[in-house]
Design a protein around this ligand. Sequence first.
Ligand code: G1P
Length: 294
Amino acid sequence: MTNKIRKAVFPVGGMGTRFLPATKAMPKEMLPVVDKPLIQYAVEEAKDAGIEEFIFVTGRGKTTIEDHFDRSVELEDLLTSKGNLDVLEDLLASMPVAGQVCYTRQQSPQGLGHAVWCARHLVGDEPFAVLLADDLIYGERSCLAQMVDAQSQTGGSILALMDVPQEHTSRYGIVTPGTVSDRLVEVKGLVEKPAPAEAPSNHAVVGRYILQPEIFDYLSAHEKGAGGEIQLTDAMAKTLDHSPMHGYRFEGVRYDCGDKVGHLQANIAIALDRPDLGPALRDALTPMLLDEKS
Ligand code: G1P
């Protein structure tokens, strides 16, 4: 069994009802943040972490994701004929190499744990990453790359961790922390979406995981948890007594792009940070914000 993290699973089967009507005929993972679809941020983060195989767990109505990670000969011809070679180069550079991408369908929405389980044959017997595109993590260094480095020291499983307001614990997987050393937090327990009064801490799991293949044994039981869904958190909790697990407090900012305000915030923050857009956007926003205040 290899210990290198070569494969990443992207669960992209969700319906995206929070963004209707935008997501009626378009996958929520294709919603743009500035000028790039959400899913592409996650794929680029994975690439930067050395991932070589990209496994998408899709569902009905998600074929534009496949098209997005495929070449478009007509578009390439057009850009070439117009001399738009920089754009063409960027477009080609962002594509996974042929044969590095595969798709499987989650036939019915039964939860995150079920989506990950659907990838079991494609992952096989090796540690792997899971990235939830809704959680856009923006920073100088790929969050997953930071986690891959940490995992090479700790072994076992690693989850991205951040502190959330106590009143938000019911939106996340929450950990019971053990020993803390720098960015690493030993995980002693895990519970999915606890009410604030029952939450063991305010350390929340965000959508980046490095998991061991034994997780599939627990997911195979198809036990339902919070919200009547098969939860990844519950399966992870079952591995705790025999396999190390750490939370990793990543460097970077996480935007919850599954939420309208979080998505808008990501658009503005990332555009402000871009040399080609930041100054003009700042000029456009400042009077609007001053108007609001007066
Ligand atoms: C999922 C996980 C949850 C995690 C969250 C991070 O929940 O089940 O443990 O904290 O992602 O975004 P979801 O947001 O899909 O309900």
